[in-house]
Design a binder for this molecule. Structure first.
Ligand SMILES: NC(=O)c1ccc[n+]([C@@H]2O[C@H](COP(=O)([O-])OP(=O)(O)OC[C@H]3O[C@@H](n4cnc5c(N)ncnc54)[C@H](O)[C@@H]3O)[C@@H](O)[C@H]2O)c1
Length: 268
């Protein structure tokens, strides 16, 4: 523990259960001295285990559907009251595709669901920044992080319309990152994370194969949720003040590996 986040206020979206990346991030941020407010969709709060985390991190939980501007407004107003001040960092760890969940083939997408996928997993990143800008909820030199996947750049069959959503997420990172950087020195980045065994991860068809393939391709092996949490702490801390508008690969080297010896060997 290095007290990297002492006196910082953080809002964390997306902790569902102990496997969630956001869960690990909340634990680490708390260990590093941050004050935390947790949020998730009302249905996830009913079905998940967030009470355990909120006790552990002494944090309040505010329900918000991340696609609802009213919910987000309420969330930012309440957070300000709880913190008795503005927010220093935000984690967007939210993703969901009804098409993936309902096993729709990429050539047979339901377009209403496709729009839902984009809204929940991509446009919501814009929504949280727009609402927080209007309410002036974030401190100077704040840090905002979203979680992405390499399917935004390269095709991974079965990732389906989530690939489009991640491309939106990464594009919003650049556009809003520019705006908030100019306005208030606030930085905005995405972490492009290895396959990770969580509820959302396992919802992708053939996830186990993705996971094993990436493990064998990456010279450092897959990055775990704990590894990701450490990286988030760095990005929320004052050690990363000039990193912004980036998609940061956190994948054990996967993204820059053409082929590994292990994969070649697996054909022999
Ligand atoms: N698991 C992986 O392999 C992997 C890899 C790269 C990136 N990611 C990304 O990491 C992020 C976190 O996912 P995770 O793997 O921890 O899985 P997870 O299932 O634990 O987390 C996803 C969260 O999104 C929340 N959510 C869904 N719809 C919502 C809504 N309308 N409003 C508010 N919250 C909503 C869920 O309740 C859940 O807490 C996602 O963006 C995911 O795409 C995951």
């Amino acid at each position: 523990m290095n007290n990297l986040l002492s006196n910082k206020n953080g809002l964390i979206f997306g902790a569902l259960d102990e496997n969630s990346i956001a869960w690990k991030v909340a634990e680490k941020c708390y260990e590093e001295g941050a004050n935390i407010v947790l949020t998730n969709a009302p249905i996830a709060l009913r079905m998940g285990k967030i009470d355990i985390l909120s006790k552990k991190c002494k944090s309040e939980v505010i329900p918000a559907d991340i696609t609802s501007l009213d919910d987000l407004e309420n969330l930012f107003i309440k957070s300000k009251k709880i913190f008795d001040g503005k927010i220093d960092f935000i984690l967007h760890s939210v993703g969901m595709s009804p098409n993936v969940r309902k096993n729709k083939n990429y050539g047979d997408l339901n377009y209403d669901w496709f729009l839902k996928t984009l809204d929940i997993s991509g446009i919501s990143f814009h929504k949280i920044m727009q609402v927080s800008e209007k309410l002036d909820s974030i401190n100077e030199w704040g840090s905002i992080v979203g979680l992405s996947y390499i399917a935004a750049q390269k095709t991974f069959p079965f990732y389906s319309d989530m690939a489009e959503a991640k491309s939106v997420l990464e594009s919003v990172t650049r556009s809003y990152g520019y705006r908030l950087g100019k306005m208030k020195n606030i930085r905005v980045n995405t972490i492009s994370q290895s396959p990770t065994k969580t509820t959302a991860g396992k919802g992708i068809k053939a996830f186990e194969s993705f996971y094993k393939f990436a493990e064998k391709m990456s010279p450092l092996g897959n990055a775990s949720a704990e590894d990701c949490a450490n990286y988030c702490v760095f990005l929320f801390s004052d050690l990363s003040r000039k990193i912004t508008m980036q998609n940061l690969f956190h994948d054990g080297g996967f993204s820059n590996t053409g082929i590994s010896e292990e994969i070649i060997d697996s054909f022999n």
